[in-house]
Design a protein around this ligand. Structure first.
Ligand code: FPP
Ligand code: MG
Ligand code: MG
Length: 343
C-alpha cells in the first residue's frame, strides 16, 4: 500500500521543520537594549508555543509545492545550497502575526492574549507598540534577503490588509456592522490575508506559474475564512476540548459575527438590539435567544464547510506530482483542512 494513503498527522509531518523554525525565531530575539530584548523574548511565547496551525500549514505548503530537483532550472541548484540560511515564509509570517498581536493587545487594552498575559499588560503600551514595530521591520529585512520583488509586494499587502481590517472593525457604521458582506471582507483582511498571501509567496519562491500561485492563494484564503467562521461558532458553543458554552467574548465586546448576522436574516428584529450595543448584558441574553431560535450556527458551519471544500479543491488542482514527500505534504494539507472544521 502506498505511504500516501496512511493516516497522517500534519503536525508530526513537519516536526523537524518546526524545530528549525523555532530555533531561527529564537536567534532573532536579540536587541541592543535589554528591555527590548526582554520584550522580544515574549514574542517567542506568543509565536512558537501556540497551536502552530499557521506555521504547520506554511511548512507543509512549501513541501507540497516543492519543484523536484530534476525539473529545476540549472541555476536553481546554487540556490538550494544556500537554502538553509534563507528565511522561510513560515518564519516571516510568524513575525508579522506576532507584531499584529502586540499592536492588537494595545488596541483592545487586553490583559491576556490567547491565555498568556499580553505584553502591553506586562510592560506597558509603549513597549508593546515599539516591539511590534521592531518585529515588523525585522520581518521585512528578512523578506528583502529573499531578493524577490514580487514576494516583497505580496507580503507587503498583508500589513495593509491587517490595518484595513482593523480599521473596518473600529470605524464600522450601524449598517456595516449588520452586513454579512462587510463582515466577510473584514474577516478576509484580518484573518485570511496573512495565510493566503504567505501561501502565494511560497509558490512564487518555488518558481511556480501564476496559476499555481493563484491556487496556493485560494487554499490559504479559504482555509483562513473557514478557520475564523468556526472560531465564531466556538465563541458561542464551546469546543470539543472545552465543551459547553463558549466565552461569548465577541458579542460581549460588541463584535458581531456570522452566527448573529445569519440569525438577523431570519429575525430582522435583532437589528434593533445590535444597534443598542451589548454593554447591557440583557441585550446579550436577548440576542442569544434569537440565535437559539434561528439557524445561525448551522448556517455559519455550512459556510465554513463551503470554504473548506474550496480549499480542498485548490489542493486537488495542483499539478500532478509523483514525489512521495510532495504527495504526503498535500495529504497533510487536506488533513489540516478537515481538522480546522472539526475542532
Ligand atoms: C485580532 O482581532 C487582530 C488582528 C488579527 C489584527 C490586528 C491588526 C492591527 C492591530 C494592525 C497593526 C498591524 C501590524 C502588522 C503591526 P481581535 O482583537 O478582533 O480578536 P482576538 O484578539 O480576540 O483574536
Ligand atoms: Mg484582540
Ligand atoms: Mg482587536
Amino acid at each position: 500500500s502506498s505511504v500516501v494513503e496512511e493516516q497522517l498527522d500534519p503536525f508530526s509531518l513537519v516536526a523537524d521543520d518546526l524545530l528549525i523554525l523555532t530555533n531561527r525565531l529564537r536567534s532573532m530575539v536579540v536587541a541592543e537594549i535589554p528591555k527590548l530584548a526582554d520584550a522580544m523574548e515574549y514574542f517567542l511565547k506568543m509565536g512558537v508555543e501556540g497551536k502552530r496551525f499557521r506555521p504547520t500549514i506554511l511548512l507543509l505548503m512549501a513541501r507540497a509545492l516543492n519543484v523536484p530537483m530534476a525539473r529545476r532550472p540549472p541555476d536553481a541548484v546554487v540556490d538550494t545550497l544556500s537554502m538553509e540560511s534563507r528565511p522561510s515564509i513560515a518564519e516571516i509570517a510568524e513575525m508579522i502575526h506576532v507584531a499584529s498581536r502586540l499592536h492588537d493587545g494595545v488596541m483592545d487594552g487586553a490583559d491576556t492574549t490567547r491565555g498568556i498575559a499580553s505584553l502591553n499588560f506586562v510592560m506597558g503600551n509603549k513597549l508593546a507598540l515599539l516591539t511590534g514595530d521592531l518585529l515588523l521591520s525585522r520581518a521585512y529585512v528578512e523578506i528583502s534577503s529573499l531578493k524577490n520583488t514580487e514576494v516583497l509586494s505580496v507580503m507587503g499587502a498583508v500589513v495593509e490588509h491587517l490595518v484595513t481590517g482593523e480599521t473596518m472593525q473600529v470605524t464600522a457604521t450601524s449598517d456595516q456592522r449588520s452586513s454579512m458582506e462587510y463582515y466577510m471582507q473584514k474577516t478576509y483582511y484580518k484573518r485570511a490575508s496573512l495565510i493566503s498571501n504567505s501561501c502565494k509567496a511560497i509558490s512564487i519562491l518555488a518558481g511556480h506559474t501564476a496559476e499555481v500561485s493563484r491556487l496556493a492563494c485560494e487554499y490559504g484564503k479559504n482555509l483562513g475564512l473557514a478557520y475564523q467562521l468556526i472560531n465564531d461558532v466556538i465563541d458561542f458553543m464551546g469546543t470539543s476540548t472545552s465543551p459547553g458554552k463558549g466565552s461569548l467574548s465577541d458579542i460581549r465586546r460588541g463584535i458581531i459575527t456570522a452566527p448573529i448576522l445569519f440569525s438577523m436574516e431570519e429575525f430582522p428584529e435583532l437589528r434593533a438590539i445590535i444597534d443598542q450595543g451589548f454593554d447591557d448584558s440583557a441585550n446579550v441574553d436577548h440576542a442569544l435567544e434569537y440565535l437559539g431560535k434561528s439557524c445561525g450556527i448551522e448556517r455559519t458551519r455550512e459556510l465554513a464547510m463551503k470554504h473548506a471544500r474550496l480549499a480542498l479543491y485548490a489542493i486537488d488542482s495542483f499539478p500532478e506530482n509523483n514525489d512521495d514527500d510532495v504527495r504526503i505534504s498535500r495529504r497533510g494539507l487536506v488533513e489540516l483542512t478537515e481538522r480546522v472544521i472539526t475542532r
